[in-house]
Design a protein around this ligand. Structure first.
Ligand SMILES: *[C@@H]1O[C@H](CO)[C@@H](O)[C@H](O)[C@H]1NC(C)=O
Ligand SMILES: *[C@@H]1O[C@H](CO)[C@@H](O)[C@H](O)[C@H]1NC(C)=O
Length: 367
């Protein structure tokens, strides 16, 4: 019986018959920080977290800055591509209309944003996760008024959701003595505070219709170049890495609990901590040559907080794990995405559309 049901579903999909009269396409809604931002901060003119200048985006499309904090694709880009889903445009993209949303979804991710409202406040402007959810509610209103409540509900229940935040809650909050969270909590209670907040946020998203949701865990963030320069020896910050491990443990448990508790939910948690840690310790094994400094840097002036037009680029961007002080390169993101896909263990949309071709890499410029 089960066989017949799935055969029916597959045939329906192949023939393009939409189930239950829903004329909708499966799209993604992405909530995140700079690791998933595809241009929101570019339009937040006062934000100090910007990827709007060269050499950001050099290996994607036309090679001009597109708001991604990398030379190429984000992890969410690569995972979405592998599921055959369109890449959602940034919420603040001026060309975003109801039709674009129905075809592509929306990406609310914002550089500097965190699970906590107070995270990243020194970037002046960024969307925290609560703010992103608020914006998503606005999107829902828009779609409802366009196609009606019932059809809209189906779309939002069919959609795929990505939630990928957390590193800024440490790097740009808890680990900085200017933030009160650094005095009010210890390593254990702070992660509990994050998990309690994330629990409410994910429940809220479920209440808004999210059923199929992936949460990305954290990598060894104590090994980002920005953390390494904190010690004279350039070692990874052990305490920061332990916080990431604690976050991942808590996140994995939280998602399992929520999946049991929330009706019809298919929630997955995945992190690439171990793989990235191995890449950092044994870069050659994975075809990298450098795993401790940014490909884009401003001479010996470190840390250079962002990559800027006056920065120098490494000779071969595919040999560097890190693109800038915070963010992995396109090739590292590909490795992370592969690991997450394995962990999530579902690529359910794959059959409906042929996988999108990899973006064409711009020919290497003379930098
Ligand atoms: C966080 O910010 C949202 C608005 O984006 C607000 O509604 C909410 O009350 C804030 N939560 C806390 C705990 O400050
Ligand atoms: C769960 O799925 C069933 C069957 O599709 C549906 O009848 C029910 O309303 C759903 N519940 C929620 C909370 O989505």
């Amino acid at each position: 019986m089960k066989f017949h049901v799935s055969l029916f579903v597959i045939i329906s999909i192949i023939l393009g018959i939409k189930l239950e009269g829903c004329r909708c396409k499966v799209v993604q809604f992405i909530f995140g920080d700079s690791l998933s931002d595809v241009g929101n901060n570019k339009y937040l003119s006062k934000s100090l977290a910007q990827a709007s200048l060269p050499w950001y985006g050099i290996d994607l499309g036309n090679g001009l800055p597109n708001g991604r904090f990398s030379n190429g694709r984000t992890v969410a880009d690569i995972i979405g591509d592998s599921m055959g889903l369109p890449r959602p445009p940034a919420f603040l993209d001026p060309s975003l209309t109801e039709d674009v949303i129905l075809e592509n979804g929306v990406n609310y991710a914002s550089g500097g944003g965190g699970i906590l409202n107070e995270t990243g406040s020194y970037f002046i402007q960024r969307f925290s996760l609560y703010k992103q959810i608020e914006l998503f509610q606005g999107t829902q209103e828009l779609i409802r008024s366009r196609i009606g409540k019932d059809e809209a509900e189906k779309i939002f229940q069919e959609a795929r959701y990505v939630v990928a935040l957390g590193s800024n809650d440490f790097i740009n909050n808890y680990l900085m003595p200017v933030y009160s969270d650094s005095w009010n909590y210890n390593d254990e209670t702070f992660v509990d505070y994050l998990m309690g907040t994330l629990r409410e946020q994910l429940k809220q998203l479920h209440g808004l219709g999210a059923r199929q949701l992936m949460v990305f865990g954290l990598g060894p963030m104590g090994c980002i170049p920005l953390q390494r320069v904190l010690s004279t020896s350039g070692e990874c910050q052990d305490r920061t890495n332990k916080l990431a491990i604690r976050f991942n443990k808590g996140g994995s448990k939280l998602i399992d609990e929520l999946e049991k508790q929330l009706p019809n939910s298919s929630f997955r948690f995945g992190d690439a901590y171990d793989v990235v840690n191995d890449v950092i310790s044994n870069p050659n094994k994975y075809g990298f040559q450098n795993s401790d400094s940014p490909c884009c840097s401003f001479g010996n002036i470190r840390p250079a907080l962002t990559c800027i037009p006056a920065s120098k680029l490494c000779k071969d961007r595919s040999k560097y794990v890190f693109w800038d002080e915070y963010h992995p390169s396109d090739r590292a993101n590909e490795l992370i995405a592969k690991e997450l896909i394995k962990k999530f263990g579902f690529i359910t949309v794959h059959q409906t559309n042929p996988p999108s071709p990899s973006p064409t890499l711009a020919p290497s410029s003379n930098h």
